[in-house]
Design a protein around this ligand. Structure first.
Ligand code: PLP
Length: 395
């Protein structure tokens, strides 16, 4: 008999986005004359940059030409793109060899697939509130998960401690959902902790492009000692609007070893077995992201989202409401006013002003009492939502 992986039975229902969809659907059925201002979903809304679109078109034409046609791509990524991404790091003072960079189909795929490198008995640490995939991917594999609470009293940024002892440590900075960012000293403490305990950090840098402050590292590899204890997973989804196009990259230093095994070599073996490379067309589009023109254009898009963030932050400042994130991250993590719970405040905003956020409780217990606003919507909707919040919450 083919036995199913029984660990799937241990997964909790992913009720967060389902519940939001149900509640908004019901509201619209009951109020057909209303429209919603959706500030909940973490998906981009601006189209791809012109330089990327031009490169994608060119790549499609290459595939129609016998001389330029490309078949299977190298499993770990096309050499020019690996080198271009390594250059992107080198410009920030992080020295990488080209073959320490692996091209991927996005961070979600990698966050799941990379777990192949770790023994099933490995304990994993998830700082909560957290991006839900960290927990679910490990539940599916039957791993023990340590849920480390990261609440407001510590700015949602836990420091290493006995309670954090685990083999695999997830760190997401800038953080989804809280928008909190670890500074150099805080990350150095985690790197030292990981090296001291032979743990490995999985550093999720999906939002690095939103960092404005120089004091905040874009990469874990800006921290001394990280080359012996970290893997970095990054994505062009939010950086360059690739959520539907799919492209990312993963950095595994050749110096990362445990029990005499080399993680870079293992990942090469994994990719050459389990993938046939990312599409030529997408990699050519990805190359354009890192061109001078591409960088200018994606920065303009990020600036558009940052303007949305500034609009919301101004409103919350005016209201005197506590919030986190917004400056170095595309999320604003707002404290629900008047001691309201996450879902209670969600309902209040939906019913009173038709603004939809994401209840913080859905990201883990420590998220109770907070709501997450995404700044990836249109400027018009964000402005209207901010105006409505100002008038509702100053009452
Ligand atoms: N990591 C974090 C923290 C995210 O918020 C997301 C997407 O929202 C991802 C990873 C997944 O990104 P991708 O679109 O590259 O799969």
């Amino acid at each position: 008999m083919a036995k199913p992986n029984a660990h799937y039975g241990d997964l909790k229902d992913s009720y967060l986005f389902y519940n939001i969809a149900q509640k908004t659907k019901r509201y619209l059925e009951e109020h057909p004359d209303k429209r919603l201002y959706r500030m909940g979903i973490g998906d981009v809304t601006l189209p791809l940059a012109d330089a990327v679109i031009a490169a994608l078109h060119e790549a499609v034409d290459d595939q129609a030409d016998k001389a330029r046609f490309r078949g299977y791509m190298p499993e770990c990524g096309d050499a020019p793109l690996r080198s271009t991404i390594a250059d992107y790091y080198r410009k920030r003072g992080v020295s990488l060899e080209d073959d320490e960079v692996f091209v991927s189909s996005g961070a979600s795929d990698e966050l799941g697939d990379i777990l192949d490198l770790f023994d099933r008995s490995s304990k994993v640490l998830v700082m909560e509130p957290a991006y839900p995939a960290y927990v679910d991917a490990n539940v599916m594999a039957g791993r023990e998960i340590i849920h480390l609470p990261a609440d407001e009293t510590i700015g949602f940024l836990p420091a290493p401690s006995e309670a954090a002892l685990a083999d695999v440590l997830y760190i997401c900075s800038p953080n989804n959902p809280t928008g909190a960012t670890f500074n150099r000293e805080q990350l150095k403490a985690w790197v030292d902790f990981a090296n001291a305990h032979d743990s490995i950090i999985l550093f999720d840098a999906a939002y690095e492009a939103f960092i404005e402050d120089d004091s905040i590292p874009h990469s874990i590899f800006e921290i001394e000692g990280a080359r012996t204890c970290a893997i970095e997973i990054c994505s062009l989804s939010k950086t360059a609007g690739f959520t539907g196009t799919r492209l990312g990259y993963t950095v595994i230093p050749k110096t990362l070893e445990r029990c005499g095994m080399n993680f870079n070599a293992m990942w090469v073996r994994n990719r050459t077995t389990k993938t046939n490379g990312v599409s030529y067309i997408l990699q050519k589009g990805g190359m354009a992201v890192f061109s001078e023109e591409g960088q200018r254009q994606i920065k303009a898009n990020i600036e558009y989202y940052k303007n949305n963030a500034r609009m919301l932050m101004r409103t919350l400042d005016e209201l005197g409401i506590q919030y986190y994130g917004g400056k170095n991250a595309p999320y604003i993590w707002m404290k629900c006013p008047k001691g309201m719970g996450s879902w209670e405040f969600f309902d209040y905003l939906l019913n009173e002003i038709q603004v939809v956020g994401t209840p913080g409780e859905g990201f883990g217990k420590c998220g109770e009492g907070f709501i997450r606003f995404s700044t990836f919507g249109s400027a018009e909707d964000t402005e209207e939502a901010a105006k409505r919040m100002l008038s509702l919450l100053s009452e």
